[in-house]
Design a binder for this molecule. Structure first.
Ligand SMILES: Cc1cc2nc3c(=O)[nH]c(=O)nc-3n(C[C@H](O)[C@H](O)[C@H](O)COP(=O)(O)OP(=O)(O)OC[C@H]3O[C@@H](n4cnc5c(N)ncnc54)[C@H](O)[C@@H]3O)c2cc1C
Length: 409
C-alpha cells in the first residue's frame, strides 16, 4: 500500500493531523494499534481553555475553539460543542495576583477575558458558593465537548469523507528508511510506503519514535477525573469552573458534576516499562486523589465530594519539560514528524495543532511560531530529568509562574 502520509495513532492529535493533510489533497493512512480514540482521547474531560501561559498556546487554543464550533462547515460532519464559557477562580492572594497577570496577558494576546465580581459568579454558577473575597475571571470563549468520543467519531468520519484510510487494530511495528529518509512503516498486517510518517502514538510516542532511532522529550503522567450521579444541585447549562489554587476543574456532565484536578505528587507511568499488552485500561486509578482534591473545594462545591460517583476514569498525559507541545520534524530522520507533548491540552488543541502540522508538512514551511515546539529544542536530556521536569509541569498546570529558569510570560 502507498500513501503520501502515514499517521501512527488515531487519537485526537493523529486524526486531526490526518484530516488536515487529507484536506490539503494528500493521500493519508492512519494506522491505529487498537481502536480510534480508545486511549487518552476518549477519557478527556473535553474542556477547551482560551487562557494559556504564552502567546503561541493562546493562539492555538483559540484557533481550536473556533475550529470546533465551526467543524461542520469545514469538515462536513456535525460536532456538538457546549458553549457555556468558564470561570477561573482564585481564593489566595498569590493566586489572585497570578490571575491578574493572566487577565492582562491573555487580553494582550487577543483572548476575551474579563474580571467577574462575586455577584456575577453567583448569578451564573449555581454549583459554586462564591465567597466575597474570591477573585474570578470570566472567559466567554471557553467551551466543552460533553462526550470526548464525539470529537473522535467526527474526525474519523471527516477523514473518510476526504479519502483518508483509518485502519484500526493495525499496530505499527517498524519505521523504514533509506539514506536518512523515511520510506514508510511496517504494520502487523503489511508494509505501507510513504515519504512522510507522523508519530502521534500518545503515551507510546517514545517507543514508536525509537523504531526509527529518534527520541521524543516527553514523560507520560497519570491524570484522573470523576463524574457524579445526576443531581439537582447542578444545572446542565452552567459554565465550567477552574479553582486555580486547588488545581481543580468542574463542569456539568451527564446531569451530574465532573470533578478533575492536578495532584501535587503526580504518578509517572511509562508504557515502556510495562508489559507489551499495556493499555490505558491498565493505568492504576486512585479515587483517594480525587477525594482529596474535592475536599479542597468542599466549602464552595459541596456536590464535588459528597455525591455518589457514576464514573471514575483516567489515562496518561505526555508531559514535556517546558509544558509546551512537541510538534514538528524529528531531527534524527528526514520525513519523520512528531505530534505529542500534550501536557493535558492535547484534546482541546488537537484541531489547531493538526492544522498547523499539516500545513508545515505539505508546504515545507513552518506556520508562524511553530518552530518553538520543535522536538529538537531540549537537546539530549537524561530520562530522570525528563520525568522530574514533566512532573513539575503537571503539578503546576494552573500556575506555571515561577517556572525554574523560565519567563512565565
Ligand atoms: C482523564 C483525562 C482528562 C483529560 N482532559 C482533557 C481536557 O479536558 N482537555 C484537553 O485538551 N485534554 C485533556 N486530556 C488530555 C488529552 O486526552 C490528550 O492530550 C489527548 O487525548 C492526546 O491525544 P493523542 O492523540 O496524543 O493520544 P491518544 O488518544 O492516546 O492516541 C494515541 C494513539 O496511538 C495509538 N498507538 C500507540 N502505539 C501505536 C503503534 N505502535 N501503532 C499504531 N498505533 C499506536 C494508541 O493506541 C492511541 O490510540 C485529558 C486526559 C485524561 C487522561
Amino acid at each position: 500500500m502507498d500513501a503520501d502520509v502515514v499517521v501512527i495513532g488515531a487519537g485526537a492529535l493523529g486524526l486531526s493531523t490526518a484530516l488536515h493533510c487529507a484536506l490539503a489533497g494528500r493521500s493519508v493512512v492512519v494506522a491505529e494499534r487498537r481502536t480510534a480514540g480508545s486511549q487518552a482521547s476518549r477519557r478527556a474531560a473535553g474542556l477547551f481553555k482560551s487562557v494559556q501561559a504564552d502567546e503561541l498556546r493562546t493562539g492555538l487554543a483559540r484557533r481550536s475553539i473556533t475550529k470546533a464550533i465551526t467543524f461542520a462547515d469545514w469538515a462536513g460532519v456535525p460536532l456538538p460543542v457546549t458553549r457555556t464559557g468558564s470561570f477561573l477562580i482564585a481564593r489566595t492572594p498569590q493566586h489572585r495576583d497570578y490571575l491578574g497577570q493572566e487577565l492582562a496577558q491573555s487580553r494582550r494576546w487577543g483572548a476575551d477575558v474579563r474580571e467577574a465580581s462575586p455577584a456575577q459568579v453567583a448569578e451564573r454558577l449555581g454549583y459554586y458558593k462564591v465567597a466575597g473575597d474570591d477573585f474570578a475571571l470570566w472567559c466567554p470563549e471557553d467551551v466543552y465537548i460533553e462526550e470526548p468520543a464525539s470529537l473522535i467519531q467526527a474526525c474519523v468520519a471527516a477523514c473518510r469523507r476526504f479519502g483518508a484510510v483509518v485502519a484500526e487494530n493495525e499496530p505499527v511495528t517498524g519505521i523504514t528508511a533509506t539514506r536518512g529518509r523515511v520510506t514508510g512503516v511496517e504494520t502487523e498486517n503489511r508494509p505501507i510506503t510513504a515519504p512522510v510518517v507522523v508519530d502521534a502514538a500518545g503515551a507510546w510516542v517514545r517507543q514508536v519514535a525509537a523504531l526509527a532511532g529518534a527520541r521524543v522529550p516527553v514523560a507520560p503522567v497519570r491524570h484522573q477525573l470523576l463524574i457524579t450521579e445526576p443531581t439537582a444541585l447542578v444545572d446542565p447549562g452552567e459554565p465550567i469552573a477552574r479553582v486555580v489554587d486547588a488545581a481543580v476543574y468542574l463542569r456539568p456532565a451527564r446531569g451530574g458534576l465532573m470533578v478533575g484536578g492536578f495532584e501535587p505528587g503526580p504518578l509517572p507511568v511509562d508504557p515502556e516499562q510495562q508489559p507489551a499488552s499495556f493499555t490505558t485500561d491498565d493505568v492504576p486509578l486512585d479515587l483517594g486523589v480525587l477525594r482529596q482534591l474535592a475536599d479542597q473545594v468542599a466549602a464552595e462545591v459541596p456536590a464535588a465530594g459528597s455525591l455518589p460517583v457514576a464514573e471514575h476514569r483516567g489515562g496518561l498525559f505526555t508531559m514535556s519539560p517546558d509544558g509546551r507541545f512537541v510538534a514538528g520534524p524529528a531531527p534524527e530522520l528526514a520525513g519523520l514528524w512528531i505530534a505529542s507533548g500534550c501536557n493535558g491540552s492535547g484534546f482541546s488543541s488537537s484541531l489547531a495543532i493538526g492544522e498547523a502540522l499539516a500545513s508545515w508538512i505539505t508546504s515545507d514551511s513552518p506556520p508562524s511560531g511553530m518552530t518553538a515546539l520543535s522536538p529538537a529544542r531540549f537537546g539530549p536530556l537524561p530520562d530522570d530529568e525528563l520525568v522530574s521536569r514533566g512532573l513539575w509541569q503537571y503539578a503546576h498546570y494552573y500556575d506555571p509562574a515561577g517556572q525554574p529558569g523560565q519567563d512565565p510570560g
